[in-house]
Ligand binder design. Structure first.
Ligand code: FE2
Length: 469
């Protein structure tokens, strides 16, 4: 492959071409893996399998899941592509067939005649990997999720036993309610501007649909729950499929429209409340909760849509910060305050407190001059009680991925859990970092060094109790 035209396929953004299995004899453990951890940390990401025609970060690239299975101190690393119908068809022909989301290609008749995937839009399955209701799912917001086995082999598309209809696109950012175990998710469609909250119970059975109407299909990536509401941002960021099919830039940013914030009652009955504010974009929430008739929403603010069709645009160029938004349910007043000046993205929390009062947010963060740097060299802890931001720096040239919180099964305290992510540090290599959530200043309690590379990716989760055996 010639990846030189693509800025977001350079360095540790470049794909790896091997699927590997590495047991404890091949992995070097620095420090000690906490004995309480039995499960797997899994992370999805983009990993192009064939020479691309174009590359829009962070929307393109075949999904690959990287997993570290931990079992009372034992460790095992494995990575696998998600075997989507698009990737399988390309494997059959031995070359790239489906283009970039920024430059779609018509599907050749010979591919269709041979029984290959007919849709020109690739289901990348590259955005998130989540374990809920005993099901391991690789997710992409433009279509159905893919069901995986615990060993990362692909079962196939998963429609929640018929709950998803053809054309439904399930978000890659559902939230699990810690009270009920429900998965609060949503579907959007390419052929409709409307949005539907979809709730699945703790066994994965479909439970509820709540429709939300919009005049135009927006790019809505994440959602936040509180005890009684689902909150979404409707930014003036749109994708125009007709333009995409003509090869024109399909992404539109119309700041004069402002950004709307919608609070949707979780009972599906109450009135949906619309808040209006000046235009901003956001990929990710951190957490949110209710207090005194207000919704407190923590999220990563971005000044505008962070990408266009042009090569080399992408999230890293746009200013972005941790912000705290307060929504007054009675007066509809919005306050939107910067919490920290640190450049950050990929915000998470202790998800036992999802939708509830909490103290710490965690995010991929940077303490270096941005310039043309790509990625984040620190993991940050954002203390909403003291207002303090604490960074652990892995090295000036390092890239630290999204931090996932791993609860300590023996303690309910946020401080007693761990924060884990894949890191690549030139000179040191790739490793899984495990930081103590309560003590960032001492650095990782454990690093599991992985020979070769684990490319920068997107979202991951701790899968409690999931093992290879
Ligand atoms: Fe995301």
């Amino acid at each position: 492959m010639d990846l030189s035209p693509f800025p977001y396929l350079q360095g540790n953004y470049a794909p790896v071409c091997e699927e590997r299995d590495l047991d404890a004899s091949a992995l070097r453990v620095e420090g000690k893996v906490p004995e309480q951890l039995v499960g797997a940390y899994m992370r999805d990401g983009a990993n192009v399998a064939y020479q691309p025609n174009h590359y829009v970060y962070p929307l393109d690239g075949d999904g690959m899941v990287h997993a570290l299975y931990l079992n009372k101190g034992d460790v095992h690393y494995r990575n696998r592509w998600v075997q989507t119908s698009h990737l399988k068809t390309e494997r059959q022909f031995g070359h790239m067939i489906y283009g970039s989301v920024g430059k779609l290609l018509p599907v050749p008749q010979e591919v269709i005649d041979a029984g290959g995937e007919a849709s020109p839009v690739r289901n990348t399955a590259n955005t998130n990997v989540l374990y809920h209701g005993g099901k391991l799912l690789a997710m992409w917001e433009g279509g159905f999720p893919h069901l995986l086995n615990n060993d990362l082999s692909t079962v196939g598309l998963f429609d929640y036993d018929g709950a998803l209809q053809a054309g439904d696109a399930l978000t890659a950012h559902p939230k699990i309610c810690p009270t009920s175990g429900d998965l609060v998710s949503c579907t959007q469609r390419w052929d409709s501007p409307d949005y539907r909250v979809q709730v699945f119970d703790k066994t994965g059975k479909h439970k509820q649909t709540i429709p939300v109407s919009f005049p135009r299909k927006g790019i809505i990536h994440d959602l936040q729950i509180t005890d009684n509401y689902i909150v979404i941002f409707y930014a003036p960021a749109f994708h125009n499929l007709e333009k995409a099919m003509r090869g024109e830039d399909p992404f539109e940013w119309q700041p004069q429209l402002g950004t709307k914030i919608i609070a949707i009652p979780r009972d599906g009955v109450g009135e949906q409340i619309v808040f209006e504010t000046e235009a901003f974009f956001s990929w990710h929430f951190c957490n949110g909760y209710e207090e005194g008739g207000k919704l407190i929403i923590d999220y990563i603010w971005i000044n505008s849509i962070p990408f266009t069709q042009a090569q080399g645009t992408g999230v890293e160029k746009q200013p972005r910060r941790m912000q705290r938004m307060t929504l007054d349910l009675k007066t509809k007043q919005v306050t939107n305050e910067r919490f920290s000046d640190v450049f950050c993205e990929f915000s998470r929390c202790d998800e036992r407190r999802m939708g509830k009062h909490y103290r710490y947010g965690f995010a991929a963060s940077s303490n270096r001059d941005w310039d043309d740097a790509h990625g984040y060299n620190c993991t940050g802890r954002y203390d909403f009680k003291t207002g303090e931001t604490t960074l652990w720096e892995f090295g000036q040239g390092a890239n630290a991925g999204e931090p996932s919180y791993v609860p300590n099964p023996d303690s309910d305290r946020e401080e007693d859990g761990w924060v884990t992510n894949f890191v690549y540090n030139p000179g040191e290599g790739a490793f899984l970092s495990i930081l103590s959530a309560g003590d960032f200043s001492s650095g990782p309690v454990c690093k599991i060094h992985i020979p070769g590379r684990v490319p920068n990716g997107f979202h991951g989760n701790w899968c409690e109790g999931l093992t290879l055996a």
